[in-house]
Design a protein around this ligand. Structure first.
Ligand SMILES: Nc1ncnc2c1ncn2[C@@H]1O[C@H](COP(=O)(O)OP(=O)(O)OP(=O)(O)O)[C@@H](O)[C@H]1O
Ligand SMILES: [Mg+2]
Length: 268
């Protein structure tokens, strides 16, 4: 039910097939961002299609988080334009813009004074016409989606493990029924089994919704298995933006080659 708002209509389903129409949702046009002498994003050009699942991988400090944060205007670029649905985000109301964009922060920062329920319900509760009962059901459904037992609903963040807190962060990002999800290493602190489960859930959510995902990871296997396109970033620039098959079989740069390593052990 939660995903219904974003669920695919027949036409979209048709488009998901062979003759899917590509329509951009996010466009970076010559985006540059520096801190002092440190140019962290360099003349970045990027088009992301509606409904895509994009993964971003690259060395620590190469500009991944900065790139994500420019999409919901937590960071302002020095030059260039970012368009969402063809419109420059600079001129948009920032609150309205962020309502459409779910963001799961790297390291996962929950509101410490709020319970799991209130953390997840935070954004929906900002809207005036909200049915308490319905919201409670939504929270429970989201907890199910991220594999978190209902018994934690009244827990506070300090009573959760790192992986549990991260799942609450993911549920909170999904709660606003966003059109775009920015996930910054969302599975960094979870064990391998939970991680595999969550990857499956994320894939399912993507399949059943119309949400565009942008997902940062340090794990090449995760990048190629989740993404329908992968961005390899190096020093604030894109080395390669391609399908997982191309990334694995035809890495474009030395860095991409190093990242792939032995391709026989990579599962797409
Ligand atoms: N507020 C800031 N002031 C100065 N430098 C900054 C600031 N924020 C980020 N940087 C620098 O920008 C560069 C890119 O940072 P960013 O957080 O985008 O990296 P990242 O690719 O997400 O790395 P990681 O994989 O470690 O999360 C880094 O060199 C960082 O030191
Ligand atoms: Mg980062």
């Amino acid at each position: 039910k939660l995903l219904q708002m974003n669920s695919l209509n027949k036409k979209d389903l048709h488009n998901k097939g062979v003759c899917r129409l590509m329509e951009p949702i996010i466009e970076f046009k010559n985006i540059t961002k520096s801190y002092g002498d440190n140019v962290v994003v360099k003349d970045l050009n990027l088009t992301i299609d509606k409904g895509a699942f994009i993964t971003i991988i690259g060395s620590s400090g190469c500009g991944k988080t900065t790139t994500l944060k420019m999409i919901n205007r937590l960071i302002t670029p020095d030059s260039g334009e970012i368009l969402i649905d063809g419109k420059n985000i600079e001129n948009r109301d920032v609150i309205k813009l962020r309502r459409n964009i779910g963001y799961s922060i790297q390291g996962n920062v929950l509101f410490p004074h709020l319970t799991v329920r209130d953390n997840i319900a935070y954004v929906p509760e900002l809207s005036e016409k909200i049915d308490k009962k319905e919201l409670d059901n939504d929270v429970r459904e989201l907890m199910k989606i991220v594999n978190l037992d209902e018994k934690y609903i009244d827990y506070f963040p300090h009573e959760l493990s790192g992986g549990q807190a991260q799942r609450v962060g993911l549920a909170r990002a999904l709660a606003s029924k966003p059109r775009i999800m920015l996930l910054d290493e969302p599975f960094g602190a979870v064990d391998a089994i939970t991680r595999t489960q969550l990857q499956k859930e994320i894939k399912r959510i993507h399949k059943e919704s119309n949400i565009t995902f942008i997902f940062v990871t340090h794990d090449i296997n995760e990048a190629v298995s989740l993404g329908d396109k992968v961005i390899i970033m190096e020093d604030g620039q894109i080395d390669q933006y391609d399908t997982p098959e191309k990334i694995v079989n035809e890495p474009a740069t030395e860095f991409a080659k190093t990242l792939i390593g032995d391709k026989s052990i990579i599962k797409i």
